[in-house]
Design a protein around this ligand. Structure first.
Ligand code: IFM
Length: 441
């Protein structure tokens, strides 16, 4: 099977600020919730922090050269809000914003289209002290910050993403506490859902009033399959589907929260929410899809959360313990096409972690090549079946700080030797460069 992607298809790679930049407090930047969280013992594997990461804050020129070597057409990165506004609101920190201005100019000079994510999890710690995403004031804070970014970069950046994986922010950050800010409060998690939806919408409105280009959201999605044909397993899978896949997209397209989620948590929608959520409908230009795997679910009354447990399949898994399931990408893309009337889509993340080794100056990673090839083919099939797919950002450009796993998981097309900061293009990176050049899988 071979696939040809449309002319102008945006092949790229993605990263995020806290995961690669390092120097989190440089040039008067404020601390983020991830700075605080990673410096609290017990939160991140092996006590790793983002203090140095890939040192991209200082090596960004070298990293643009690497992107050129790979032939990337686009590069998705995020802005660290506390570099631009150390306290989260107020006056812009010139040195912080200049870093991103230089990065964007460098990308454009190299012929690489920047795709900018405004929020990829590094909230200014000062705003967490005021409740973070659980406080409705965050809508105004986020809009103010976004306006500053549009004003400074809007003349050069065409592609914008408001929030990365808002479900992860709410679920892992506020419900299970595995991510910053480390809260375990399901009601705070729902407030974080609601406020992210409203903040996203306000920012889209601000963009439409002033900006040129396209703006969307990046959501993490994956098929939720039942482990058997029993009604109980089917319902367990439906609950997860509503909670993971539809929690943001249903409000954004239909102006309504998915019923199974509301029912499950005995969640009487707070006063005014039903009315507010109606207004978040259909405001953006595209859906960004972050796809990694699927889940297979069985009903489990012991599970306190959604009465469901995930059943491991007899199939290859990545180093994250995630099943390799390329068909799921086709399933998700065509599901979006059918359920939400065929919106424009970018794959804003897809990739795999494997325990790569640097040997004799080379990194052979055939499993990643195989993973990517199979996913590209599924994407191609979806394009053939009418999905309006415009681009594909591989996660990740280079190995980086994988949140609670620290540096123990390697997702990069480029290997990073953290003891020297040497970068080595992996076999998968070379292979990807050939695909981009030919425009064919
Ligand atoms: O590293 C993360 C990224 O920050 C968000 N999406 C999933 C990736 C792999 O876990």
């Amino acid at each position: 099977m071979a696939g040809r992607f449309p002319e102008g298809f945006l092949w790229g790679a993605a990263t995020a600020s806290y995961q690669i930049e390092g120097s989190p407090l440089a040039d008067r930047a404020g601390p983020s919730i991830w700075h605080r969280f990673s410096h609290t013992p017990g939160n991140v594997q092996e006590g790793h922090t983002g203090d140095v990461a890939c040192d991209h804050y200082r090596r960004w020129r070298e990293d643009i050269a690497l992107m050129r070597e790979l032939g990337l057409k686009a590069y998705r990165f995020s802005v660290a809000w506390p570099r631009v506004l150390p306290e989260g609101t107020g006056r812009v920190n010139e040195a912080g914003i200049m870093f991103y201005e230089r990065l964007v100019d460098g990308l454009l000079e190299a012929g690489i289209e920047p795709m900018v994510t405004l929020y990829h999890w590094d909230l200014p710690a000062a705003l967490q002290d005021r409740g973070g995403w659980a406080n409705s004031e965050v809508i105004g804070w986020f809009t103010g910050y976004a306006r500053s970014m549009f004003r400074r970069l809007g003349d050069r950046v065409r592609l914008w993403i408001t929030l990365n994986e808002p479900w992860v922010t709410a679920h892992l950050g506020y419900a299970t506490g595995v991510h910053a800010p480390g809260m375990r409060d399901i009601f705070a998690a729902f407030r974080a859902v609601h406020h992210q939806l409203l903040a996203h919408t306000e920012v889209v409105k601000a963009f439409k009033a002033e900006g040129k280009g396209e703006i969307g959201i990046a959501v993490n999605l994956g098929p939720q399959h039942p482990a058997s044909s029993s009604d109980a397993d089917r319902e367990a899978a439906e609950r997860w589907d509503a909670y993971l896949n539809r929690l943001f997209l249903d409000p954004l397209f239909f102006g309504k929260y998915p019923e199974p989620v509301v029912d499950r948590f005995g969640w009487a929608l707070p006063e005014g929410w039903e009315r507010e959520v109606e207004k978040v409908k259909e405001s953006m230009d595209f859906v960004g899809v972050n796809y990694y795997t699927r889940s297979v679910l069985a009903h489990d009354p012991e599970d306190p959360f959604l009465s469901a447990r995930s059943v491991r399949q007899d199939a290859p898994h990545t180093d994250m313990g995630w099943e390799v399931y390329p068909e799921g990408l086709y399933e998700i893309l065509t599901w979006i096409r059918d359920r939400y009337w065929g919106p424009r889509i970018y794959i804003t993340e897809n990739g795999a972690a494997f325990p790569d080794k640097l040997e004799n100056g080379r990194v052979e990673d055939p499993k990643r090549v195989d993973y990517l090839r199979k996913h590209f083919l599924q994407a191609d099939q979806a394009v053939g079946d009418g999905v309006d797919l415009r681009g594909y950002m591989v996660w990740s450009l280079m190995d980086n700080f994988e949140w609670a796993f620290g540096y123990t998981k390697r997702f990069g097309l480029v290997y990073v030797d953290y003891s020297t900061q040497r970068r080595v293009v992996k076999e998968s990176g070379r292979w990807y460069a050939c695909i981009i050049e030919k425009g064919e899988v």
